[in-house]
Design a protein around this ligand. Structure first.
Ligand SMILES: Nc1ncnc2c1ncn2[C@@H]1O[C@H](COP(=O)(O)OP(=O)(O)O)[C@@H](O)[C@H]1O
Ligand SMILES: C[C@@](O)(CCOP(=O)(O)OP(=O)(O)O)CC(=O)O
Length: 261
């Protein structure tokens, strides 16, 4: 679509530099109504890939955010790594390099922990943290999640991709080949796999203690072999080395975003 156009009925639609759309219209209700008409009428076909998100008043117009569900991600980075390798640290650091409109971190373990906490009367927030609380319940959570995945391998994958509005998705915690297979089948054209690695010494220094039924289970080992990762991040040494590796990944992300400008 051109960066700006006026529809036959006089609505100016402008694509802003941050890829949002500015609708110059008089009221939010009218803007929504008009947007639906435009999309349904095929007036501005490209707008069909977007839906109205939060409307904020700006120059008496309204912004329209790109929203997944109707839009597709431009890049999906699927991270994996053993526990305490630094998946959360690395994915959070990467996200901080982008605006919250651009990049979202999605966790497969999120809905798993939420539902598990509900069923067992546990503290969901504490399960999200990197403390001993999560470790106390990890083996049980693994078993619980495996049961769900056995019946439906895409169960958690489908939940986390709902209603994501950003064009860049960072999935922080693929653990099984079935996770990679699911994302490959849904988003193969824009998928990049990223492995975070750290030595056992480093992981121990971060609190890792070998635990049978966890560290020898599929959850930790399924991706040890048989996957040709697109990116490998070594998260052992100096933070400057991590920064350098993240710089390369960041450049790659921007290059993918640029392709759509
Ligand atoms: N490069 C790093 N620099 C400093 N602390 C790190 C680094 N990588 C990981 N950590 C810390 O190590 C711990 C485990 O990392 P985390 O990202 O939670 O690992 P994972 O998600 O793979 O289990 C966390 O306390 C985290 O802050
Ligand atoms: C039951 C789990 O989802 C728990 C995962 O919790 P986190 O993703 O918080 O774990 P680490 O970051 O590796 O420490 C594992 C699974 O098998 O699905």
């Amino acid at each position: 679509m051109r960066s700006s156009c006026v529809t036959p009925s006089g609505v100016t639609v402008t694509r802003r530099r941050d890829s949002k759309w500015l609708l110059r219209w008089l009221s939010q209700t009218d803007a929504v109504k008009r947007l639906v008409e435009l999309v349904e009428g095929g007036d501005i076909k490209q707008l069909a890939r977007f839906r109205l998100a939060e409307c904020d008043s700006e120059c008496s117009g309204y912004t329209v955010g790109a929203v997944r569900g109707m839009g597709e991600p431009r890049l999906v980075l699927l991270f994996s790594g053993k526990r305490k390798s630094g998946k959360d640290h690395v994915t959070n650091s990467l996200q901080l390099r982008f605006s919250s409109d651009t990049c979202s971190v999605l966790r497969l373990s999120g809905p798993l922990k939420e539902q598990f906490a509900l069923e067992r009367g546990l503290d969901y927030e504490r399960l999200l943290g990197a403390t001993g609380y999560k470790e106390e319940f990890r083996a049980d959570m693994i078993r619980w999640g495996e049961e769900k995945r056995r019946r439906d391998p895409g169960f958690f994958c489908r939940i986390i991709v709902q209603r994501v509005s950003q064009p860049v998705w960072i999935i922080s915690d693929a653990r099984r080949k079935s996770d990679i297979d699911w994302f490959r089948s849904e988003y193969g054209a824009v998928l990049q796999t990223v492995r975070v690695e750290a030595s056992e010494e480093t992981r121990e220094a971060r609190g890792w203690v070998y635990t049978p039924e966890v560290d020898d289970a599929e959850s930790e080992c399924d991706l040890d072999q048989g996957v040709d990762f697109d990116w490998i991040i070594s998260n052992d040494g100096e933070n400057s080395s991590l920064e350098e590796q993240l710089n390369k990944l960041t450049d790659f992300i921007y290059s993918k975003l640029d392709e759509f400008k």
